[in-house]
Design a protein around this ligand. Sequence first.
Ligand SMILES: [Ca+2]
Length: 258
Amino acid sequence: MKKLFQIIFVMFFTAISANAEALTGGVSTVGLGNKVVDANTNAPIAGAQISLPKQKFSTKSDKNGNFNLDANFNGDTIMSVQKDGYKPFSLTINEQIVAKPMILGIQKSTGREVMIESAMLHLGDNNFSKGSANCGEFKLKAIGPFYTKTFKMSANTLSLTNFLVIGSIIGIDTAMARSMGQNSIKNSFSSPPEVYFNGTKIAEIQLNGDNQKIKLPNGLIRADQINEVTIQTGRNLTQHAYVDYDDIELMNLSIQSE
Ligand SMILES: [Ca+2]
């Protein structure tokens, strides 16, 4: 009986100290106490590059995987994490998200990813409403209404399922994005961005978000040859006096084969 009490006593105190640790971890100022771990093993990852491209902020995780975000921003912005041997990772963050410590699980590369673009891209015309999804973050100059890139795909992709993966996308002002509360525009909306693969439209992107996977029809793949992907932003469907392209930003475009 005495032994049982001892065990309960020990368990009780272990629980309290674990709780205390969780609480001190939770009390932090904005952007502190974040960690990068391997998504499968939970092992901390040292030397990962964490960046907020819009804020021109960049830092590396320490030997325990820890990092702080020492940057000011308003509203949604894209955070990217890069580490050799791991898949590109990005996350749309805001003040509410960074108010608590973030644990970011990144996945080992399978060796079957083709990085198309790791830079932040701004499509549109730099003309946007203040209520637009994530408008506070548009400081990059628009490269125009579309982005296009060519890349090679090997013959063995034909026996796999292939995806265009968009790490993060913000600023889409479609009717659906508006109905989901992703922007605060009352009187207008845009057509969705369109995705073309080797000249054929394969998708429309209705919503903002992270890790959007668009299947590439294998019948359209040119094996061992040059392939081409194009992303065209939408147009404001309520502006008829002139063409107003929807201003959007996206980051980390890759082809992933499974
Ligand atoms: Ca515009």
